[in-house]
Design a protein around this ligand. Structure first.
Ligand code: FAD
Length: 117
């Protein structure tokens, strides 16, 4: 089947959105189990990503730059850098990772506060 660049780009935008939003909701102080869950998620995401070429490139990237899971900001910063590596390869504009802080909002309200009681 022919490549469909529009569908591939759409999948990419949707996937990055979920990826970065997940990092933005990762705990500031994750448990060992949280950390293992994120690392496993990232590895499986890289393995199962539906665009095969993209998946094999991304697997090489994360082999070189292992997932950072020690805190929310470490995870979000790492994910931003990984996306920039892909951006660079595709000759896209790079994102300023210092501005990642409030960029990804899950729209789920003040769940952080609710959990803290
Ligand atoms: P995207 O790169 O999809 O970005 C969407 C939005 O995210 C941007 O508009 C911007 O607001 C924000 N953003 C940009 N950079 C960052 C950053 N560093 N951190 C946080 N937010 C940022 N396509 C290919 O053709 N070949 C590939 O090999 C390939 N590999 C991919 C691997 C993965 C794991 C993923 C998820 C996607 C891959 N893609 C690949 C798709 C590609 O990265 C883009 O998603 C697609 O080309 C659409 O690009 P876009 O310009 O709309 O912006």
């Amino acid at each position: 089947k022919l490549e469909n660049a529009t569908a591939k780009a759409e999948l990419g935008r949707a996937s990055w959105k979920l990826f970065h939003t997940m990092m933005a909701r990762f705990p500031d102080k994750p448990s060992d189990d949280d950390r293992l869950a994120l690392k496993t998620y990232i590895q499986l995401f890289a393995r199962l990503y539906p665009c095969g070429d993209c998946a094999s490139h991304f697997q090489k990237i994360i082999a070189k730059y292992p997932p950072q899971t020690s805190s929310r900001s470490a995870a979000a910063g790492w994910a931003c850098e990984m996306h920039n590596i892909v951006n660079k390869r595709l000759k896209k504009e790079l994102f300023d990772c210092n501005n990642i802080g409030d960029f990804y909002d899950c729209g789920c309200g003040d769940e952080d506060k609710k959990k803290k009681g």
